[in-house]
Ligand binder design. Structure first.
Ligand code: AMP
Ligand code: MG
Length: 412
């Protein structure tokens, strides 16, 4: 009897319920924390900027000392480059000041140098503009107030977050340890590029492509990958590989062999060692997907079996494995963001399953569809900028608004 298809959102919710964040938290240099998930919030011990400072090269003045835009001549009482300390501004004088330099006490505006004329070799200045109070002054604490949390636990760190952490003096950050992932491909038809030349490819053989994108995607997600290569389509070999990997990995990820044909050995092998749920997910590409647990040395390793068809593997990784691995690292926000976009294509045949169509932006800012949407055509994924998440039973006509998910999001 055919099991009913499982909605993708339900499958994802079931997986995320299993994704208890890893216990290990490690301190890494802020320099090395790009892409890692912060496990302790970062609170600022200081205000940023620490003091009022100039956002222009020019002159610091008291507005009350200026007669008007016609020009006021003032003696220059001090010179304040960035990184120096300022003296209070004497009444009736101006201070030469540079970008990033502290504003002297008493000054209430900066006049940019283009509106000033240096006189007597810089001893005096004519101010040719009437500034508004506060002009070109960056206020102390305008970026960050003291005591405020600037980065919360669960943040996936990117370049801007690293800079922000540095701006409050953090040289190290507490991040999740890297998930340890064992990866293997199944399929006796698979050969490795480099081992067999294209002109020597035996009949029935194909190159292993999944291994390449899966390993790269795992690395981008901060995982430490043990690549176990290709495991033969035999039950004993599959059991050996799974058992060996379970001892020292958080997740075992496989591709292929997850259907229920005689040559699909994942299901019986995982069931022999632990527990398995084999789902038929209502998504296209990517129907078969397996989740299980295999007892290891101390805890049970997670198991995920992806379909063998390359695009199915690619899409199920992006929509199920990726959020799971982020949640395992304690990330708060794991769902890919969808945006509204306009289709520049027709999709007249609705499918019973929710579809993820490979698309790309055209010059008009609309989405073009790759011609062949078959789950074996990896060209569609390399060509595409992302996917249209098309609900079950939905046709698309040129000009319709669709939901787009960017590969920039899914592959980061
Ligand atoms: P399976 O899920 O094992 O039934 O495989 C489904 C289809 O995907 C078959 O046509 C396989 O040859 C192909 N396939 C499986 N694994 C890979 C792989 N690692 N690289 C490229 N194609 C694969
Ligand atoms: Mg196979």
């Amino acid at each position: 009897m055919r099991a009913p298809l499982k909605p993708l959102d339900e499958a994802l919710a079931d997986l995320l319920a299993q994704a208890v964040p890893l216990l290990g938290v490690e301190r890494v240099d802020t320099f090395d924390a790009d892409g890692r998930v912060l496990r302790e919030g970062a609170t600022s011990p200081l205000q940023v900027p620490p003091a009022d400072n100039s956002s222009m090269d020019g002159y610091a003045v008291r507005v009350a000392d200026l007669a008007g835009p016609a020009g006021t001549e003032l003696p220059v009482s001090q010179r304040i480059p960035a990184g120096s300390a300022a003296q209070p501004l004497a009444a009736g004088t101006a201070a030469r000041i540079f970008t990033g330099a502290p504003v002297p006490a008493g000054a209430d505006a900066i006049v940019m140098q283009e509106d000033c004329e240096a006189l007597q070799g810089g001893e005096r200045v004519r101010i040719n503009a009437m500034p508004a109070a506060g002009q070109w002054i960056r206020r102390a604490g305008e970026d960050i107030t003291r005591g405020v949390q600037v980065l919360s636990a669960g943040t996936r760190l990117g370049p801007a977050a690293l800079g922000l952490a540095a701006s409050i003096g953090l040289a190290q950050l507490a991040v999740s340890r890297r998930p340890r992932v064992a990866l293997f491909s199944t399929g006796d038809e698979l050969v490795m590029p480099g081992e067999v030349a294209p002109e020597q490819l035996p009949p029935g053989a194909i190159y292993n492509s999944n291994r390449f994108f899966l390993r790269a995607m795992l690395r981008r997600l901060g995982c430490e990958v043990t690549d176990l290569g290709i495991v033969p389509d035999r039950r004993d070999a599959t059991i050996d590989a799974l058992q060996g990997a379970a001892a020292s990995h958080d997740l075992i990820l496989t591709s292929g062999g997850v259907s229920v044909g005689e040559e699909d050995h994942i299901k019986p092998a995982v069931e022999a060692l632990g527990e398995l749920r084999l789902w038929q997910i209502a998504m296209k590409p990517g129907k078969p997907f397996a989740y299980g647990r295999i007892p290891g040395a101390r805890v049970a390793a997670h198991f995920m079996g992806l379909p063998g068809n390359p695009v199915s593997s690619f899409v199920t990784f992006s929509l199920l494995v990726r959020p799971f691995l982020l949640a395992l690292q304690g990330a708060a926000d794991v769902a890919p963001r969808a945006m509204a976009a306009t289709a520049a294509f027709d999709w007249p045949r609705a499918d019973k399953r929710r579809e993820f169509l490979r698309v790309r932006w055209n010059a008009e800012g609309r989405l073009e569809r790759f011609g062949n949407q078959s789950s074996g055509v990896l060209t569609s994924a390399a060509w595409g900028d992302g996917v249209v998440d098309n609900p079950a039973g939905q046709t698309i006509a040129r000009g319709d608004v669709v939901r787009f998910i960017s590969f920039a999001d899914l592959l980061s």
